[in-house]
Design a protein around this ligand. Sequence first.
Ligand SMILES: *[C@@H]1O[C@H](CO)[C@@H](O)[C@H](O)[C@H]1NC(C)=O
Ligand SMILES: *[C@@H]1O[C@H](CO)[C@@H](O)[C@H](O)[C@H]1NC(C)=O
Ligand SMILES: *[C@@H]1O[C@H](CO)[C@@H](O)[C@H](O)[C@H]1NC(C)=O
Ligand SMILES: *[C@@H]1O[C@H](CO)[C@@H](O)[C@H](O)[C@H]1NC(C)=O
Length: 351
Amino acid sequence: MRFYFPTAMLALASVVHAQCGEGSDATVTGEGTFVATVGSEEVYAGDDYLVAIQTALDAITEGQRLSVIASGSIGDRSITITSGKIFEGCGTIDVGNNAGHGAIEVLDASDVSIPFLTMTGAPYFGMRFFGVSNLSLGQITMNLSGGLGIRFERDEAPNFNVAMDTITVTGAGSHAVETWNIDGLTIGSVFAQDVGECGLLLQTTTNAQVGLVDGNNVAAGNGYATLRFANTNGRLADGSYATNVYVDKVVSRGGGRGVFCVSESGGAEIGNVDLADNGNNSILIENCYGVSIQGGTVNGGGEVRLSARDEFANNRDISISLQVDGTSVTENPCGENISWDLTGSGTFNIC
Ligand SMILES: *[C@@H]1O[C@H](CO)[C@@H](O)[C@H](O)[C@H]1NC(C)=O
Ligand SMILES: *[C@@H]1O[C@H](CO)[C@@H](O)[C@H](O)[C@H]1NC(C)=O
Ligand SMILES: *[C@@H]1O[C@H](CO)[C@@H](O)[C@H](O)[C@H]1NC(C)=O
Ligand SMILES: *[C@@H]1O[C@H](CO)[C@@H](O)[C@H](O)[C@H]1NC(C)=O
């Protein structure tokens, strides 16, 4: 179950070993004026960075790689990548806000790969996806001053077989990474720093394997979290919550919540947590089914809480092993089939 996406894993392995710009079939180069070259043909020369990039992308064919060597700004517009193309940003791509859109979009497309990307600016969405399959994201760095980093849409076609290697987002006003409707997701690491809402937010996403989620000052002053499962995340097609979402490790410092499971989510196993000084609940599990936290520490910060809202069934089948110091653990109301293995000097009010 855990490693059942050989394609994604192979695709990822082949991208992480390359250098940005290596083996490209097309390039965008220049500074201020940009030249787009495909093979030996110059397809654009001029001062519009977006047009240079899009002209080159439209000129390459499936399986070909465009390396954007130049840095520049695309303004409040979007780059669109179609099936089978490999896009990499070796320079820094500065972006603006194209309302409702991603600065980079992959929509209803398969086998797109973005091995490298460095983005700055305050986009509506840095990257926006729906209806994608066999998508591979490699080393993605978003140094933002607002907006949302990576978004898979809610009300659009679902996604299959998505791989991300290392995603680093600073300064997003909303979430660093927000998914909806993915079946088959592998993520190496998500690093989120000074991000307004979630580090990694998984929704209606199944068969997921995540290495590390590391949040520093994420969701300060609100109820979002470094790692959040919501909106039936992990509920399988047959309605069951057999474990299918695996997260190796969650680290969270400061900000709002550390780990938050809500609204009929579950089917999840978190190997280890390292949470300290969270400004809201270190862990909140609310109306979730089949969640285990297998070990780790909570040091100070807001209380670890199992709670329930009336609109959904109470928590059930939750298992938590944890060392808790400098804060409390509260289970209220009592859930069904809840198993606790707590150590540390915290105050425990459990059923
Ligand atoms: C995804 O990759 C697998 C393996 O290469 C292939 O069989 C499948 O057709 C691909 N899916 C799409 C929609 O391209
Ligand atoms: C990213 O932001 C940091 C400070 O937050 C800055 O030092 C660094 O140069 C930025 N990188 C890019 C590519 O903008
Ligand atoms: C914690 O989250 C709740 C729910 O969103 C919010 O109402 C509350 O203000 C947050 N508390 C703090 C201290 O940020
Ligand atoms: C109780 O929850 C555990 C997971 O914590 C699960 O493995 C077990 O099957 C559940 N027991 C029942 C009777 O549902």
